[in-house]
Design a protein around this ligand. Structure first.
Ligand code: PEP
Length: 257
């Protein structure tokens, strides 16, 4: 049976008290009903709240993740955060190439690839976000974008290292818009992505790589999305900011996986 992976991306939201309360609330839910046998879980708070959330999560079933990283290990890079620093505060996952980093902050595929390889070299697990803009979908370029993001983002990664990589298909038009991809649209994109991964890393590895769906996932639509054969979990933004909403998604994923 596959074990799906659900991660919450808190983005630039909450304060220290809110971050602690959210982490505590999720831990309380899990103390009542442990889902860790069925799903893997992570939350990705802003950098400054990582230690606070790490303390709240203790060594429980929810892993800690970061929303970004810089690819150099140390040195004169004012304002940046390295993989070593993230590992030092207890992170296990790092999101790279989120659409907001690509399209708001102007990150390139090459920078994203360097970040992803730095995360792997530092022993952590990258979550590589891929996905098309609305205009790209309307122009029939969805598959070309997925292929480019995968081939460039995963360049020079060995098949054995792919055991630690999660891919998150996040159509940009679905992020924070309330307009979720239909289960069929998600499955079609995920199936295509898995085909590219198969070409790159072989069928056995491609089959094992978890491909999360992200884009307005809610408790009400999570199960149907995750029931799709190539949808192996979810990356959740807005709905990961409230205990009951995120719990609803975790619960749905535990049943649908
Ligand atoms: C995200 O930020 O990765 C995301 C999917 O956001 P939302 O769930 O709010 O659409």
């Amino acid at each position: 049976m596959r074990k799906v992976f659900v991660a919450g991306n808190w983005k630039m939201n909450l304060d220290s008290a809110g971050s602690r309360a959210l982490a505590n609330g999720l831990c309380q839910k899990l103390a009542d009903r442990d889902l860790s046998g069925t799903i893997d879980m992570a939350v990705c708070p802003p950098f400054v709240y990582l230690p606070i959330v790490a303390e709240a999560l203790q060594s429980g079933p929810i892993a800690l993740g970061a929303q970004d990283v810089y690819f150099e290990p140390d040195g004169a890079f004012t304002g940046e955060i390295s993989v070593n620093m993230l590992r030092d505060v207890g992170c296990r996952y790092v999101i790279v190439g989120h659409s907001e980093r690509r399209h708001v902050l102007g990150e390139t595929d090459e920078q994203i690839n360097r970040k992803l390889r730095a995360v792997l070299a530092g022993g952590l697990k990258p979550i590589l976000c891929i996905g098309e803009l609305l205009g790209e979908r309307e122009d029939g370029r969805t598959e070309a974008v997925i292929e480019r993001h995968l081939r460039k983002g995963l360049a020079d990664v060995a098949p054995a290292e792919m055991e630690r990589v999660t891919v998150a298909y996040e159509p940009v038009w679905a992020i924070g818009t309330g307009r979720t991809a239909s289960p069929e649209q998600a499955q079609e994109a995920h199936r295509f992505a898995r085909g590219i991964l198969q070409e790159m890393f072989g069928p056995a590895t491609a089959q094992r790589i978890r491909i999360q769906y992200g884009g307005s996932v809610k408790p009400a639509n999570a199960a149907e999305l995750i029931r799709q054969p190539d949808v192996d979990g979810a990356l959740v933004g807005g709905a990961s900011l409230k205990v009951n909403d995120f719990w609803g998604i975790l619960d749905a994923a535990a049943q649908a996986g």
